[in-house]
Design a protein around this ligand. Structure first.
Ligand SMILES: [Zn+2]
Length: 310
């Protein structure tokens, strides 16, 4: 995977450092039952490049939350596994009075679980899912969950419970909330309840189409392979922000939610070179939710995968 080195600055301590980010983000259009990008076992695993940790103060956040550096930084971003960085970011959303937000903490924990899966750190992944469930539940009562995403959040709570191994809890949760879910989430919830009865904690594709097309099986296209944009060369100028950096992040589940559902039709396989944004139809869901990251360079497109940072 081609990465661009981008000079950024930490708004908490002022330290400038070089981060490594994906210059191009490709949305393959399919989601699994946890709303992570995935197509029949093919998972781009771009989430690990959407999180950045300051090497000086340890602040962890979306890469878009770090504005471009003014000069050439000599420091490199802090190392460490992506799931631990997401965990750190989640803790900040739970504990830092200035930025406490249960919903965003849940999104970070969910990303931590996915990255832990990618690293085969399965015990940690289970724990992150349990923490995501707690945070999502809290977000429904403390009003940090956006009103238009409450149904999706209730669905995700059940699915994260199932994936973490709490099969009975997941069934109970779906039974309680299925009447409030939209047709597509309710369709998936029924499938997941059957998986619970069968003792399965495996992820499955999000087959939203089946609910609306009379059960016809969804036709999948060949997943697009991520292609690096001709843009930035690695080691680009300090402070360089890829034009499409906003969309350079992995798509977060939340982003899908903007429309309430995972994208059912695959977006164009590859972003046309030179275009920095996704087609409007695919607008990241997060777009409507929140403001752009503090970087000030409001991405026109929400960072994929990146939960809208509001
Ligand atoms: Zn810092």
């Amino acid at each position: 995977m081609l990465l661009a080195e981008v000079g950024v600055r930490c708004v908490q301590c002022g330290t400038s450092f070089v981060s490594r980010q994906l210059p191009t983000y490709i949305d393959i259009g399919y989601r699994n039952s946890e709303l992570r990008q995935e197509y029949r076992g093919y998972c781009p695993m771009m989430e690990q490049y959407a999180i950045v940790t300051c090497p000086s103060c340890g602040r962890a956040d979306w890469s878009t939350a770090f504005p471009p550096a003014q000069s050439t930084p000599v420091l490199a971003q802090a190392g460490g596994s992506a799931h631990m960085q997401y965990r750190q970011a989640a803790l900040a959303k739970e504990r830092d009075a200035a930025s406490v937000n249960s919903y965003q903490a849940a999104i970070f924990y969910t990303h931590a679980a996915w990255c832990a899966d990618d690293s085969k750190a399965f015990p940690q992944a289970r724990e992150y899912r349990r923490l995501a469930v707690e945070s999502y539940k809290r977000s429904l009562t403390d009003s940090t969950c956006p009103q238009n995403l409450r149904g999706e959040t209730e669905y995700l709570i059940g699915e994260l419970m199932r994936r973490s191994g709490d099969l009975e809890g997941a069934r109970e949760h779906f039974r309680m909330c299925i009447g409030r879910l939209s047709a597509r989430f309710a369709f998936m919830a029924r499938k997941l309840m059957r998986l619970c009865e069968g003792g399965s904690t495996e992820s499955i594709p999000f087959e939203a189409d089946a609910a609306q097309e009379g059960g016809a099986s969804q036709v999948y296209r060949t997943p697009a392979q991520p292609v690096a944009a001709p843009g930035p060369k690695a080691g680009g100028p300090p402070g360089f922000q890829p034009a499409n950096s906003a969309s350079g992040m992995p798509s977060a589940a939340p982003s899908v939610s903007a429309q309430g559902l995972p994208a059912v039709s695959p977006p164009p396989a590859v972003l046309p070179p030179g275009t920095g944004s996704n087609p409007p139809s695919k607008g990241p869901p997060g777009a409507n939710k929140g403001g752009p990251p503090k970087t000030g360079g409001p991405p026109t497109t929400p960072p994929p995968g990146a939960p809208p940072l509001s």
